[in-house]
Design a protein around this ligand. Sequence first.
Ligand SMILES: CC(C)(COP(=O)(O)OP(=O)(O)OC[C@H]1O[C@@H](n2cnc3c(N)ncnc32)[C@H](O)[C@@H]1OP(=O)(O)O)[C@@H](O)C(=O)NCCC(=O)NCCS
Length: 143
Amino acid sequence: MNLRKAEPKDKKNILEITNLLYLNIPDFVWNTERVVERQIQNGEYFLTEIGGKTVGAISFRQRKDKMYIETLVVTNDHQSEGVGTQLIEFAKKFTKEKRFNVLRACSFYEYKTVDFYLRQGFSLLEKPGIYNNHKYYRFEMRI
Ligand SMILES: CC(C)(COP(=O)(O)OP(=O)(O)OC[C@H]1O[C@@H](n2cnc3c(N)ncnc32)[C@H](O)[C@@H]1OP(=O)(O)O)[C@@H](O)C(=O)NCCC(=O)NCCS
């Protein structure tokens, strides 16, 4: 399992994998070429490969004094193999390296990922977020 920074040539693979995240919400942007391209250019996208195939991806965004996980996805055929856990471990390291001490993740209710994030050591913030009428959980971890 190899985790590395994404390069412009990875855009197509990343778009394929982020399509798995698609929800029918107005302005759902996380699987769009525009957003993925910008995040790769900013050095905010990382991916996991197994045998040369992209099986997982994570992207980050810095807002004020906090680091946010913007995207997190593992392909269906490689879920529950520890790829997501490895990506979260990397997120903690990345946050620390950038000298932030709070890591946050947001996740639409539809994804049903509460147990996953709690098991990774995040706390669930009390107040949900709302994006175009769709609620999302807000998770936080102190680094
Ligand atoms: C959520 C996700 C990133 C987890 O990645 P993963 O590689 O499957 O996670 P791991 O293998 O490291 O799993 C760690 C544990 O969490 C559990 N888990 C994984 N996905 C889960 C989910 N959606 N809900 C609850 N528990 C989950 C696993 O069963 C595993 O426990 P186990 O070791 O007892 O089997 C992945 O399932 C995924 O991409 N899901 C679809 C997209 C999505 O929901 N992304 C999050 C958007 S914010």
